[in-house]
Design a protein around this ligand. Sequence first.
Ligand SMILES: O=c1[nH]c(=O)c2[nH]c(=O)[nH]c2[nH]1
Length: 311
Amino acid sequence: MYYGKGDVFVYRTYAKPLKGIKKIPESNFKGRNNTILGMDIQVALKGDAFLPSFTKGDNTSVIATDSMKNFILYHAGEFEGSTMEEFLEFVSGKFLETYSHINGVTISGKQFPFQEVEIPSEQEFTPSDTVFRQGLLEQPYASLEMERTEEDKFQVVDQWSGVEGLRLMKVKGSSFYGFIKDEYTTLPETFDRPLFIYLNIRWRYKNPKDAHGKRPVNYVCAEQVVQIAQTMFHQEDSPSIQYLIYVIGKRILMRFPELGEVTFESNNRTWDTVLEEIPSSLKGKVFTDPRPPYGFQVFSMTPEEVKEWEK
Ligand SMILES: O=c1[nH]c(=O)c2[nH]c(=O)[nH]c2[nH]1
């Protein structure tokens, strides 16, 4: 039993910048200035005290979901940290602190990346400090489960970070062949397909406190994970999406030994070929989007499992 509020849009300006993250070869990302920390938050509260509101229509213990929204927004103004993960933990703790009849909080958020626009100056283009573009498809993700352990104590029982909505296309160099061929098979083998994938990647830390970003060298930015995925897609001529996500996961775990698990949800959106050949004076082919249904893959991996599989 739980109830809550979804799509609580929070825009906090001039949050503490996230500086001092680890440098990795696949990424030129340096950190987040957090001039705008934008988040779409979903919160749910749990507690036996809410039972009468369901069974008897007794609202005595009900915190209106409208108040939950205000609570989150109000506390965004008090937030001193630099990551969405830390904000979710901060505000969950405040809920449990403020309302003693709540037993647990489930909360998640998607971050809106705002990028500085480039402004022409004397010699070159320089980043604006006031104008930002909300342009990217992919969004950093975080979720948290917090439970009351004693009257005034609570602990994080589950924590995930991630990136959602990544879409990557590789125009050549991907194949898919060697699969079972039987009376149900109509798919031709392909040795060079235009591979378009949708990807959600999630990770958790060996030490959940590292998700805060308080020790920035231990924090994994979604932007860096995206650049690892892009790099591996570029470098590998993949025989399948299954193998591609494995290779991306291995690289993520290698670069960030702070992580205890990484998990993928991929969706196959490989384009349909319309024109295999176009006039000989021209280069290329013509494609269109595939029709449903779409294939998907889900794969989780820990550093220990990788060690075992790579033997
Ligand atoms: O990368 C792929 N993996 C599959 O399992 C699969 N199945 C399919 O029809 N196309 C693909 N592509």
